[in-house]
Design a protein around this ligand. Structure first.
Ligand code: IPM
Ligand code: MG
Length: 359
């Protein structure tokens, strides 16, 4: 029996996780996956109920689970809170406590969605990039951090950008191995013309490349990488980068595919235990309206089945069902274009269920 913990979170989180749960429940029965599903609170909803974004009870359940599905956290309701107890700390706390350092963010363009991309179809058609983002280090976790008062009386905010060699090597391993299984190309993104921490990053990637002669390693500064992603994105196969650059570049890469509402992600520890989430956030502006796209979360379930639960056949079924639903012309508001059928969050979830039942 494998334990799966569902953390719906805030904003559109509960709506999209409900649809993903339907898919998980169906496959669990249909394929006898022997999954035990449980639920807990994280983020703003946990603050409302327990006063903290990551209650011990949730962390305990997360530690005991084989895999976690998370919706999204955060929203304007909690924006005024002190940084230390904001909803985002719940998510960051899960990532760091579970040592989920390896974040895989695939950006794949479904051919059916070429029109939904803000770039010309010829620039994005066939796009298939994997961004490997380091997730538990770098400037998001570096100490010291805070806001201090200088002798002059002026306030100064500060954060620390640090990476130790072992942290760089373990994310490098994930990226080189991913490149071996894909197109054999790895681009390491840094800011080695300005930041010493990324000079070390680059040095270590070069050193590791000797052990992976079948992978072609290149380096790119992050500002150039941002430009290249929107200029000629198909030049990339696997991209590896630190926490902050990966956060930013993965949003840009997501948009190439038509909508960030389509992109799943996996965050893995050394043993491939993982937390799975859509790349998008809690979208408070559309929360509760039933119009959010549940496909990124449903596709995150596919990643979970593949990476943490070793159920490749079930993962394939989900991806096929999503593709079939797109073929039928069903679209949520974020990916709608002329002549297609606009559906709600629940209608999209039901359509995936129906497609799965036909496979
Ligand atoms: C993401 C999100 C998070 C991050 C936020 C919500 C803390 O933007 O998963 O990309 O910055 O990592
Ligand atoms: Mg982000």
């Amino acid at each position: 029996m494998s334990k799966v913990l569902l953390l719906a979170g805030d904003g559109i989180g509960p709506e999209i996780v409900t649809e993903a749960e339907k898919v998980l429940v169906l496959l669990n029965e249909k394929l006898n996956l022997n999954l035990d599903l449980d639920h807990a609170k994280v983020g703003g909803s946990a603050i409302d109920e327990f006063g903290v974004p990551l209650p011990d009870s949730t962390l305990d359940k997360a530690k005991a689970a084989d895999a976690i599905l998370l919706g999204a956290v955060g929203g304007p309701k909690w924006d005024a809170l002190d940084m230390a107890i904001r909803p985002e700390k719940g998510l960051l706390g899960l990532r760091s406590n579970l040592e989920l350092f390896g974040n895989l963010r695939p950006a794949i363009l479904y051919p059916q969605l070429a029109d939904a991309s803000s770039l010309k179809p010829e620039i994005v058609s066939g796009l298939d990039i994997l961004i490997v983002r380091e997730l538990t280090g770098g400037i998001y976790f570096g100490q010291p951090r805070g806001v201090r008062v200088l002798e002059s009386g002026e306030r100064q905010g500060y954060n620390t950008y640090v990476y130790s060699e072992s942290e760089i090597r373990r994310i490098g391993k994930v990226a080189f191995e991913a490149a071996q299984k894909r197109g054999g190309k790895l681009c390491s993104v840094d800011k080695a013309n300005v930041l010493e921490v990324t000079v070390l990053w680059r040095e270590i990637m070069d050193d590791m490349a000797k052990d992976y002669p079948d992978v072609e390693l290149s380096h790119m500064y992050v500002d150039n990488a941002a430009m290249q992603l929107v200029r000629a994105p198909k030049q990339f196969d696997v991209v590896v980068t630190g926490n902050m650059f990966g956060d930013i570049l993965s949003d840009a890469a997501a948009m190439l595919t038509g909508s960030i509402g389509m992109l799943p992600s996996a965050s893995l520890d050394v043993n491939n235990k993982g937390m799975y989430e859509p790349c998008h956030g809690s979208a408070p502006d559309i929360a509760g309206q039933g119009i959010a796209n549940p496909l990124a979360t449903i596709l995150s379930v596919a990643m979970m089945l593949r990476y943490s639960l070793n159920e490749n056949a079930a993962a394939d079924l989900i991806e096929k069902a999503v593709s079939n639903v797109l073929d039928q012309g069903l679209r949520t508001a974020d990916i709608i274009s002329k002549g297609l059928t606009k559906v709600t969050t629940a209608e999209m979830g039901d359509a995936v269920i129906e497609a799965l039942n036909k496979l």
